[in-house]
Design a protein around this ligand. Structure first.
Ligand code: SIN
Length: 475
């Protein structure tokens, strides 16, 4: 296990003497402690990154691509070990953790292929008096602030294109899940990433950490995944230095089930959209709109599937939903369920916390939820499925779009034309039609409205880490 800071290719304790406890959310035990980065450590990390980046940018795309390919291979080779670490500190079931490692690794393979395809262009100006040359150099040093819900993949989704484009990174992993981040960095160093390109500095003081990173003149970009609330604060800070930003923020995904849907397929898709990775994803179905003709049967079947979901320590066999990350998450989920019930919802199954030292909440289905209830305006981030019945399609679309968020949405119908037409009317960056999972390194991940700025993955992802330079030339 790596428990120190990684700065300039060296593992160090940093200048703070106190350390950060890392706990197992399944039982509350302290797993270990990690070094607690100070603002001075962040400054050292930015300087190491700046020095390393100048050399890395001179390395040819093919050679950079091959380093990325080796990173993919090493993550795959260490998949079991990484998955156990993810489950230990995050809590998600081991099967989900293994899925996350494959997903995390794939960002390196995909971006190794994109690294040799960062295309510019050359055209003749309409006047005929100038040649327009466009190129895409790297941005330089990138600050990354990553969340706890995907301790490996939310780092690699940024880091792989960042390195592929010729940049260096200073990363603040979530305080809840630094062990995966540190071990991933360790493996990537071992795979041949030059010293100084990946710097990992966990901290218990995010505000001072971020100030030190943003105020350093070598920092050119901030890439953040987390809540919209925190994203707004970081955006304001980035404005002081007019930094380039990439923001993957909160969601409030509607999931729409039309009455011609196949109930079995719709419930299976809903379970995936709601429950993958212990229901702690930004893309999770948060509001389930079901057409009246099918609402009774669908809700009963969803209730049965949720009631049958095995909840417990993700390291144990057969567990399908692990603990929530901490006590704060549990009290937020309980509060939302209580408020929905006080606004007239009925608990079909679940509804309560589970006793014991871990942070567990029962898989829950609520029916009869009002489309304007408080729970429909908040990201639940837990195993609660609020079902809202609709009759009028236009009214339902209005409610589905009545949110500042626009990350993901899902539609279930046996009529593909209706599914696609509905997808076009939904204000979300990603829409699944008869699918409960959409994440794919080859697809553009990101949100509309207050769910974010920019896209990760696909061919767009690597350009987020590039500048655009125009050279006017005559010859
Ligand atoms: C997220 O919850 O932010 C990421 C979800 C995913 O990549 O599937």
């Amino acid at each position: 296990m790596r428990e120190q800071l990684l700065i300039g290719g060296k593992w160090i304790d940093g200048s703070n003497s106190d350390r950060i406890d890392v706990t197992n959310p399944a039982n509350g035990d302290v797993i270990t402690t990690v070094a607690n980065g100070s603002p001075a450590d962040v400054t050292a990390a930015v300087e190491a990154a700046a020095a390393a980046q100048v050399e890395w940018a001179k390395v040819g795309p093919r050679e950079r691509a091959e380093v990325l390919r080796a990173c993919w291979q090493t993550l795959i080779d260490h998949a079991d070990e990484l998955a156990e670490l993810i489950t230990l500190e995050h809590g998600k079931p081991l099967a989900d953790a293994k899925g996350e490692v494959g997903y995390a690794a794939e960002f390196f393979r995909w971006n190794s292929e994109e690294t040799v395809r960062i295309h510019g262009s050359m055209s003749v100006a309409p006047s005929g008096n100038n040649k327009i040359i466009v190129r895409h150099p790297p941005v330089g040093v990138v600050t990354m602030v990553t969340p706890w819900n995907f301790p490996a993949a939310m780092i690699t989704r940024k880091l792989a294109p960042c390195l592929g484009a010729g940049n260096a990174a200073v990363i603040k992993p979530a305080g809840e899940t630094p062990l995966t981040a540190l071990r991933v960095a360790d493996l990537l160093q071992g795979a041949g990433v030059p010293d100084g390109l990946i710097n990992i500095v966990p901290t218990s003081n995010s505000g001072d950490w971020f100030d030190a990173a943003v105020d350093h003149k070598a920092t050119r970009m901030v890439s953040f995944t987390g809540s919209t609330e925190v994203g707004r604060i970081l955006l304001r800070r980035c404005a002081d230095r007019v930094l380039k930003v990439a923001m993957e923020l909160g969601g409030n995904a509607p999931l729409i089930v039309f009455d011609d849907a196949d109930i079995e397929k719709a419930v299976e898709g809903t379970m995936t959209a709601k429950m993958r990775h212990s229901a702690e994803t930004c893309t999770a179905a948060n509001r389930i709109f079901v057409e009246a003709g099918i609402a009774g049967d669908y809700t009963a079947a969803l209730g049965e599937a949720m009631a049958a979901t095995k909840t417990g320590n993700g390291l144990e066999d057969g567990i399908e939903c692990g603990p929530m990350i901490n006590e704060r998450a549990i009290s937020s989920i309980s509060g939302l369920v209580d408020s929905a019930v006080s606004e007239g919802a009925t608990v079909v199954t679940g509804g309560s916390t589970l006793d014991g030292a871990g942070h567990f909440f029962e898989p829950t289905v609520l029916s009869g939820v009002s489309p304007t209830a408080a729970i429909t305006h908040e990201e639940v981030f837990g195993p609660v499925a609020p079902v809202i019945t609709f009759t009028d399609h236009d009214e339902m679309i209005g409610h589905a779009n009545d949110t500042e968020m626009g990350l993901a949405a899902y539609v279930f119908t046996e009529d593909l034309a209706k599914g696609l037409a509905t997808a076009e009317r939904i204000e979300a960056g990603m829409v699944g039609v008869n699918r409960g999972a959409m994440s794919d390194p080859a697809a553009p991940f990101g949100g509309m409205k207050q769910s974010g700025l920019g896209r990760e993955g696909a061919s767009e992802g690597i350009y987020e880490f590039c500048e655009t330079q125009y050279i006017a030339a005559s010859w």
